[in-house]
Every structure is written in structure tokens, then in C-alpha cells.
Design a protein around this ligand. Structure first.
Ligand SMILES: O=C(O)CCC(=O)C(=O)O
Ligand SMILES: [Fe+2]
Length: 332
């Protein structure tokens, strides 16, 4: 089989894309480190280096998967560029002029393998939740994930149920642009190297997520490769935390943290598996509110206004009327 697979023997700086904003290194910690539980409890991101969460999948090459993953269908995105900017298909009908930059195709795993071997300059990204169509060997690997570790974190932190394990197989250089999700995530890097850049929920105003009614809800509007500082002036103040995740690394990605992922340039394929958990139930509210609670509040208020107006074109003027000149300075 052609050597499109990612390696295991490291990476160098030239494989990272270049951006304008500063970053610091994200903390890395052993799962035996007594500080780890407190870090996760404080909802701080961390790279866990040795918890073997999905190590039983480390042999998931294309060849192995094509023989063992079964005959189910897989969602494979094709993009016009290296950017795979997610959109919510349910929100397109209200946005007649919306033209997604990527398309979803449903195919058998072997069709994806064929595309990987002869991509003809095209860009693809497989993103499919693991389900019960997988073959018995893959079920065995799945059962050997370190569920003890995952369940311990779920219990300790009061997370809700596991909702899905998304299998991601991406081509070198693919980018998932900056967005936030509404679930807790243990993100297991299985094969190849992926860089992640994170921004805390307090940087909401620097990152300018789309309106909630837009198909790109939860995604940042700012183009990291060519920021428009006139439209998005506070992007000048953004500062990230970054890490390169290699095989065996697990990122704890707290809910509402903004994240950008890139499969390293010239690094071959990358394979990752997410462990997404529902948020803990809302307990007793304590003040001051946490930044992520404020982001959740803004979403809820925006949703309520959008629903009540029943016409998304009315949302922007309504919000401007409410805020501009009345809440634009701290003096009043
Ligand atoms: O790995 C990627 O490209 C995107 C992953 C992601 O956005 C997530 O796990 O929430
Ligand atoms: Fe995400």
C-alpha cells in the first residue's frame, strides 16, 4: 500500500503553519501526576501523555481498517482548500446565499482508501462516529480502550453520558478552523501528528463567532491566515495555548474552549478518536460566573431573541438597538 500514512518519529517547526498571534505551550502531564485531577476539575485543558486511552487502536492503518472496519458508510468531507470549516446543514435553509466550502460524501471505507492513494490534489477528511457496523476486530480494539480512565474522569467531574467516539482520518495539512463545542472532550491522538491551538472562553470577544442562527454557528469568523483587523479589531489581542499531539497523547479539551486543529504539513495521514461527554448538570449557581457560563448565557439569550423575532434578518438591527450607545461604554 502507498506510504500515505503518518509516521511516529517526531516532527519539526517547518511542519507548522504560521499565524500572527502569540501562543504559549499547553501543559503536558502524566496521568500519574497528582495534579492532573485538579487541572481537569478546574476545566483547564491539558495534554495527558500516558493514559493509553486509545492505544489499542495504534495499529489502525488504512490497510488494517479496510479489512476490519466493516461495510458501513462513512462521512468523508471534500474541501476546496485545506480548511474544513464545519457547518450545520439544518441552518442552511434560512441562509439562501450560503455556499459551504466543503461537501459531505457518504462512501464505503475502501472508496476512501482509494481516494487516499490517488488524491489528485484534492483534499479529504473522514469524520465518522464509530458505530455497530464495525467488524469484530475493531470491536475488540474498541473494548480495549482504557475505559477505566475515561469512566473515572466522567465520574469524578460529573460529566453526563458519552455521546460519541468520532473517528477522524485526515490528510497532511488539513485544518479544522477555530470553533468551540458544547461537550467535554477527551481527544485521543492515535496516529500521526496534529497541532492544536486553544483559546479560553474569556477570549470570545476577540474571536467573533458567527451569530447562532448562521450555519457556521460556533465557528470563528476571523480568517487566521489573513485576519481582517478592520472588521475584527480585537483579534489583535488574541493569545493561544498550543501543543503538538503525537501518537498516545490525549488532550482534555474543556467545553466552550475555542480550538483550531491542523494535521502537520508533509506529515502523512493523522488518525484521532474523540470521547465526547455531555456537560455536567447545572448545579447551584455560584458567583462570579465562570467565562464558559457567560458564553452559554449569551447563546441562550441569542437563541431566544432569534426564535421570538421569527426572522433572522431582524436579529442584527434588534441587537444593535438594544446595545449601541446604551451599553457601548462602561460609564453608565
Ligand atoms: O481533529 C480535528 O480536526 C477536529 C477535532 C475537533 O474539533 C474536536 O474534537 O472537537
Ligand atoms: Fe471541535
Amino acid at each position: 500500500m502507498a506510504t500515505v500514512e503518518g509516521g511516529t518519529d517526531g516532527w519539526d517547526e517547518n511542519q507548522l503553519r504560521k499565524y500572527t498571534f502569540p501562543t504559549t505551550q499547553l501543559q503536558r502531564m502524566s496521568c500519574k501526576d497528582p495534579r492532573l485531577n485538579d487541572v481537569i476539575a478546574r476545566e483547564e485543558p491539558v495534554v495527558i501523555t500516558d493514559c493509553n486511552l486509545a492505544s489499542s487502536a495504534s495499529h489502525w492503518s488504512l490497510e488494517y481498517l479496510s479489512s476490519n472496519i466493516g461495510n458501513g458508510t462513512f462521512s468523508v468531507y471534500e474541501s476546496d482548500s485545506h480548511l474544513f470549516k464545519y457547518f450545520d446543514e439544518k441552518k442552511i435553509p434560512g441562509h439562501k446565499d450560503f455556499r459551504p466550502e466543503m461537501r459531505r460524501k457518504e462512501m464505503k471505507f475502501n472508496d476512501f482508501v482509494a481516494l487516499m492513494q490517488n488524491p489528485e490534489q484534492r483534499r479529504f477528511y473522514l469524520q465518522q462516529p464509530l458505530n455497530d457496523t464495525v467488524g469484530p476486530q475493531v470491536v475488540k480494539d474498541f473494548l480495549q480502550f482504557n475505559w477505566d480512565f475515561a469512566k473515572e474522569q466522567q465520574k469524578r467531574n460529573g460529566w453526563g453520558p458519552l455521546t460519541s467516539n468520532l473517528l477522524l482520518i485526515g490528510m497532511a495539512g488539513n485544518v479544522t478552523p477555530c470553533h468551540y463545542d458544547e461537550q467535554e472532550n477527551l481527544f485521543a491522538q492515535v496516529r500521526g501528528y496534529k497541532r492544536v491551538i486553544l483559546f479560553p472562553p474569556e477570549q470570545f470577544s476577540c474571536l467573533y463567532p458567527y451569530p447562532v442562527h448562521h450555519p457556521h454557528d460556533r465557528q470563528c469568523q476571523v480568517d487566521f491566515e489573513n485576519p481582517d483587523y478592520e472588521r475584527f479589531p480585537l483579534f489583535k489581542d488574541v493569545a493561544g495555548q498550543e501543543a503538538v499531539l503525537g501518537p498516545g497523547d490525549v488532550l482534555f479539551l474543556p467545553m466552550y474552549w475555542f480550538h483550531h486543529f491542523e494535521s502537520l504539513l508533509d506529515g502523512g495521514l493523522t488518525t484521532s478518536v474523540t470521547f465526547w461527554y455531555k456537560a455536567p448538570p447545572v448545579g447551584k449557581v455560584e458567583y462570579p460566573l465562570k467565562p464558559q457560563q457567560k458564553v452559554a448565557m449569551m447563546r441562550n439569550i441569542e437563541k431566544m431573541i432569534t426564535e421570538a423575532l421569527n426572522d433572522q434578518h431582524e436579529v442584527a438591527p434588534f441587537m444593535r438597538n438594544m446595545v449601541l450607545g446604551r451599553y457601548t461604554s462602561d460609564d453608565l
